[in-house]
Design a protein around this ligand. Structure first.
Ligand SMILES: Nc1ncnc2c1ncn2[C@@H]1O[C@H](COP(=O)(O)OP(=O)(O)O)[C@@H](O)[C@H]1O
Ligand SMILES: [Mg+2]
Length: 321
């Protein structure tokens, strides 16, 4: 079976008064049916922008300026807003937005909000809609009586389950989860990861799981895509990233800075410096100014090359790995 998502050379820039912020700047990746792709990288590297781009709903002043996003066989970049609404958004691909659990309306019960979301997108009578809501609550491990509660009566983990259930209502093929565990404590994080893994198993969902935390990706992702400053630094099967050293110096640094994956905690390393300003990113390799092994060649941009089956790296040092 072909890939459910094929993104080619996608560029999404924010046209600010100071000039274009090149938040996503020529990235390519694919997603196989039933696969979970982890998207990881420091804050500001373009993760959320990729997700919003894939729904064709960039935050203003963002605009897709190049590339294609083929979802389930159709390039959605040239589609009209009408076509997107009718057959793509929420139906083929949906997203749990970063911080969505804090955006539930405080004045309505959970049931009322779920009902409104469902009926906005799908025509069904009340009884069927109620059944659907209860079924999806069950899928994310919540009891039916939650519908009568108000958001403030729920824990963070319960609210996160509610918004995940709402993203699944229209049975999309692909779901993007943007930092779904970030604001939660460790125990609740683990519970949400279990919900996500369970959904993947039971519904055969293809997922894009965005987080800044490599340890979280190690738990859920089949493959991991490491982003740096609007570009893909490395894509590799999950085990390849944490079982043996990844090749890109940025991925290596991320790994060394991730306590739960790094055995010798006293060696924990911070990555010096900060990601670049995407109004004026460095020429050549964008990681070069922070890279301890940079060389002359890095003044030119390294292409993303497959160095072994399924393992792609954009680093001049990894060419002969
Ligand atoms: N609405 C916007 N206007 C201008 N710049 C933005 C906007 N949204 C995001 N950016 C910039 O785009 C870059 C990528 O942001 P984002 O996709 O949110 O990163 P991440 O999710 O990895 O933290 C950052 O440099 C951010 O400042
Ligand atoms: Mg983000």
């Amino acid at each position: 079976m072909g890939n459910v998502v094929e993104v080619r050379d996608l560029k999404l820039h924010y046209f600010t008064s100071k000039g274009p912020v090149r938040a996503v700047d020529g990235i390519s990746f694919s997603l196989a049916p039933g696969e979970t792709l982890g998207v990881v990288g420091e804050s500001g590297c373009g993760k959320t922008t990729i997700g919003l781009g894939m729904l064709r709903m960039p935050t203003p002043p963002g605009r897709i300026v190049g590339g294609s996003i083929v979802i389930d066989g159709t390039d959605i970049v040239p589609l009209s807003e009408n076509q997107l609404r009718r057959s793509v958004r929420w139906q083929t691909i949906s997203m749990v937005f970063q911080g969505a659990m804090n955006c539930l309306t405080p004045v309505f019960t959970v049931g009322k909000q779920m009902m409104e979301t469902l009926q906005q997108h799908k025509e069904m009578d009340r009884t069927r809609a109620e059944e659907t809501i209860v079924r999806y609550l069950g899928l994310v491990g919540l009891p039916p009586d939650i519908v009568r509660r108000y958001p403030h009566e729920l824990s963070g983990g319960m609210k996160q389950r509610v918004v995940i259930a709402m993203a699944l209502f229209l049975e999309p093929k692909v779901v993007i989860l943007d930092e779904p565990t970030t604001a939660l404590d460790v125990i609740v994080q683990a519970q949400i990861l279990n919900v996500v893994k369970d959904l993947k198993r039971r519904l055969g969902l293809s997922m894009i799981f965005i987080t800044h935390d490599l340890a979280t990706e190690a738990e859920v992702a089949d493959r991991i895509m490491v982003m740096y400053a609007g570009k893909v630094a490395e894509i590799a099967p999950n085990r390849m990233v944490y079982d043996r050293p990844p090749c890109h110096p940025y991925t290596q640094r991320l790994l060394a800075a991730t306590p739960r994956l790094h055995a010798k905690v006293d060696e924990l390393a911070f990555i010096p410096g900060a990601p670049p300003d995407l109004l004026d990113p460095p020429k050549g390799c964008r990681f070069q100014p922070r890279c301890s092994v940079a060389m002359d060649a890095c003044g030119e941009e390294p292409p993303l090359i497959e160095i072994e089956p399924g393992h792609l790296v954009a680093c001049w040092r990894c060419r002969n790995a």
